[in-house]
Design a protein around this ligand. Structure first.
Ligand code: PHE
Length: 372
């Protein structure tokens, strides 16, 4: 091992010349000032303060100096390196502050700007379920027909065999349309879709196989179980040799199409002026299938533990209606039914309050998917 060289002259070690150290320091400081962003500063740090930077290399030379020369050279290089590292720190802080200020401006979000994405919207579940109900009959060859919501009293009542003093004609059930002087106009907001039966018979050649979905109106206050505007689906068949058995078969097919196979239907005697005989058609509860009847431990909310759910009214078309529509009841017979659309949506989806369906709150509609 060789002893330190006492005659070694630090001035002769080029990297340690005071001017040389000053030059390295000045170059580093200039590069730091010139760095325009944090990326550039990173490269400057590597070049002027990294392990292979001129000042780091100069620092390594100090060990080779004679002890007397080490102190001064060490101080000179040390001061220069500290200056460089201080300048790096200051420049870094400045560039970070600059970047933060720029990001605040460039990435600012103006929350008051109008939204550029308009929701696509979707149809109301009352409309989509009415379509599904009608589709089952379309699948059996029926046509979908419509009639006016403002209807002639004759179609809504007279042609359907409501006698002039029938209670359903009373003002408390029916919205009558006044004429220009405020008197009777002979028109009303239809109270059911049954007037479409008469219109279909007058408009078409026989036989007739139609369903008529649409809005209906009654003077009820809006509450959990009533709404003055609601929807029905009417069905009408008039052909040769039509019997109750055809009606029953159609109701079975409807229930199977809406709720799946294997659910029984039943008819209960009822009365409508435009059908004879008339009935109410019930379907077996699609939730408990009758299991909740007489079992207090397993109550069913869908059918109130009755085992059956009422679908609507039905019957064979009254010959008087056929005659009013110009159809010979000795040759033709028919059946008809009327089902409430809101009621069907309510029991099929467990909706407890009618108002949810009419208020138009999109949060209700969205739960049914945004079908269009
Ligand atoms: N129109 C009746 C109602 O609104 C329902 C119905 C239609 C009954 C067709 C029999 C036949 O209650």
């Amino acid at each position: 091992m060789s002893a330190p060289n006492s005659s070694y002259d630090p001035v002769e070690v080029t990297p340690l010349h005071p001017e040389e150290v000053d030059r390295m320091r000045a170059e580093a400081l200039a590069a730091i000032t010139a760095a325009n962003d944090l990326g550039e500063l990173k490269e400057v740090r590597l070049a002027h303060a990294g392990d292979r930077s001129p000042l780091a290399l100069a620092n390594r030379e100090i060990g080779a100096l004679p002890p007397t020369a080490r102190k001064e050279a060490g101080q000179r290089v040390g001061t220069a390196r500290r200056d460089v590292s201080d300048a790096l720190k200051r420049r870094e802080a400045d560039l970070e502050a600059e970047r933060d200020a720029r990001v605040l401006v460039e990435e600012a979000v103006d929350v008051t700007l109008p939204w550029d994405r308009t929701p696509r919207g979707g149809r109301h579940p009352v409309t989509t379920i009415a379509d599904r109900m009608a589709d089952i009959f379309v699948g059996m060859g029926f046509e979908v027909v419509e009639g006016p919501e403002i209807e002639a009293e004759w179609f809504n009542f007279d042609a359907l065999n409501f006698l002039p003093d029938h209670p359903a004609r009373a003002m408390q059930d029916t919205f009558y349309v006044a004429d220009d002087e405020g008197g009777e106009s002979g028109r009303l907001l239809r109270t059911h879709t049954s007037p479409v039966q008469v219109r279909a018979l007058l408009d078409r050649e026989l036989p007739v196989y139609v369903v008529a979905p649409g809005k209906t109106f009654r003077t009820d206050e809006l509450d959990a179980t009533h709404t003055p505007v609601f929807h029905q689906l009417e069905g009408l068949v008039v052909d040769r040799g039509i019997t109750m058995a055809h009606l029953r078969g159609a109701m079975d097919a409807f229930v199977a199409g809406m709720f799946g196979a294997g659910l029984a239907t039943r008819f209960r005697a009822s009365y409508f002026p435009f059908t004879e005989p008339s009935g109410e058609v019930d379907m077996q509860c699609f939730v408990c299938r009758g299991a909740s009847v007489g079992d207090p431990d397993a109550p069913c909310r869908t059918c109130s533990s009755e085992g059956w759910i009422e679908l609507g009214g039905c019957g064979l078309v009254n010959p008087r209606v056929l005659r009013a529509a110009g159809v010979d009841p000795d040759v033709y017979s028919g059946w008809a039914f009327g089902v409430g659309v809101e009621r069907t949506l309510m029991f099929s989806q467990g909706i407890a309050d009618m108002r949810d369906m009419v208020e138009g709150d999109v949060r209700f509609t969205r739960a049914y998917g945004m079908e269009i």
